[in-house]
Each structure stands twice: as structure tokens, then as C-alpha cells.
Design a protein around this ligand. Structure first.
Ligand SMILES: [Zn+2]
Length: 229
């Protein structure tokens, strides 16, 4: 009988110690959960909200060379080289997710609307189509920016302002045009005609890394100003 009392006492002590420990652990877990509720999940959510998807679309490609320059250069090569420099700059911004419609010399079907579909499927926030111009008169020079939807005009205006400064070419203005890449995209979209490859002096300049880098920086400045505004 004395043994039973003794065992019961020790069993009681062990249960009390066990329950105290459990309480202590539960409290710690609660604190931990509260701590993370107040900081990390909200921060992650905020970051996701702030991520802006930018699609850079190098014009033409593959069997479609685009404009042929005064010395025989291809617009498709200019647009890809410039786009790669632009993407490299934009990728420095952790708030931007940057994607290209093509990363090599590849043909994208206009009939299948591959370029706007790419941006729409990604639910992109901005779409930039990079081009160079062509004209029968080799003396024609200048930079122009196109948009279609009225919602895209502020983006077009802001980028164009920086772009014209960088190229130093004639300001041919910001114009509304129903190019399919602008019309069929669901987000603010612009098409940049950087300069005329058919103008021999301009073509020479446009093919240099220095010129392309300064144009890429100008477009980046324009995007940043648009996003901050
Ligand atoms: Zn073009």
C-alpha cells in the first residue's frame, strides 16, 4: 500500500513536469508564429505585389530581317543586340522581372500573334518592341515612338523623351498606330523606332556598342521615371 502511494506521488510529479514543459514549448511556438505573422509573410506578399513583368520584344528575326541598312546590316541584328543590353540593365532592378520574346535569331509568326500572346500569357505589366526604321531617301533621319491604346501614351511619352536625348536624331514624335504588337497586347505597350538604318551616318552609329548602350540606358531611365511617377 505504501508503495502504491509512493509510485502515485512520483507519477504525479512526472505528469506535472511534463505538462509544464509542454506549456513552455507551446508558448514559444506561439511567439514564433506571431513574430513571423507580423514580418515575413507580409514582406513576401509586398515583394510579389511590387514585381513588375517587363517584356522586351526585339523586332523581326529569322527569315524576317526587317529593314536592310545602308551598308547591308539587318534590323533584326540591331534590335537583338540593343534588346540584350536593355535587358541586362533592367535586370539590375530586383523589382523587375524581364523577359524577351526571342533571345536568338528566331522567327516569330505575326499571323499567330506570337509576340503579343507571349506577353499576354505571362500577364506582363509592360511591353516594349524594339525596331529600327527604313526609308527610300537615305537622308531621312529621326527617332519616333508608337503606341496604340490611350493607356500606353504616358509610357510612350516618358520613354520617348529620354530616347530622343540619347540618339540625338530628329524628334519625329510620339504617334498612335495600330501595329498588331501594340493593338493585341493587354498591357501598356510601345514600339520604339530608334533611328533609320537606311541613313548611312545613322546606321554606322547605331551599330556601335557605345550608341546601343546609351540608348539602352535612356530606355531604362524612361521606364524608371514612368514606374516612379
Ligand atoms: Zn521593324
Amino acid at each position: 500500500m505504501r508503495n502504491i502511494v509512493k509510485y502515485s506521488f512520483w507519477l504525479f510529479v512526472i505528469i506535472v513536469i511534463f505538462l509544464s514543459f509542454k506549456e513552455l514549448i507551446n508558448n514559444k511556438e506561439d511567439l514564433g508564429a506571431k513574430g513571423s505573422e507580423e514580418s515575413s509573410p507580409q514582406m513576401v506578399e509586398k515583394q510579389n505585389d511590387e514585381t513588375i513583368k517587363v517584356v522586351v520584344d526585339p523586332g523581326h528575326g529569322g527569315v524576317d530581317p526587317g529593314a536592310i541598312g545602308a551598308s547591308g546590316s539587318y534590323e533584326k541584328d540591331f534590335t537583338l543586340d540593343l534588346s540584350k543590353k536593355l535587358v541586362a540593365l533592367l535586370e539590375n532592378d530586383p523589382n523587375l522581372e524581364v523577359l524577351m520574346t526571342r533571345e536568338g535569331d528566331q522567327f516569330l509568326s505575326s499571323e499567330a500573334r506570337e509576340r503579343p500572346n507571349f506577353a499576354n500569357d505571362l500577364d506582363a505589366d509592360l511591353f516594349l518592341s524594339i525596331h529600327a526604321n527604313t526609308y527610300s531617301d537615305p537622308s531621312v533621319s529621326g527617332t519616333e515612338t508608337f503606341y496604340y491604346d490611350q493607356n500606353s501614351k504616358p509610357l510612350a511619352d516618358t520613354i520617348h523623351k529620354h530616347l530622343v536625348n540619347a540618339t540625338g536624331y530628329n524628334d519625329r514624335g510620339v504617334k498612335q498606330e495600330n501595329f498588331f504588337v501594340l493593338k493585341d497586347t493587354n498591357m501598356p505597350a510601345v514600339l520604339l523606332e530608334i533611328g533609320y538604318l537606311t541613313n548611312p551616318q545613322d546606321e554606322q552609329k547605331m551599330m556601335t556598342d557605345v550608341f546601343q548602350q546609351s540608348v539602352a540606358e535612356a530606355i531604362t531611365d524612361g521606364i524608371n521615371e514612368y514606374l516612379d511617377g
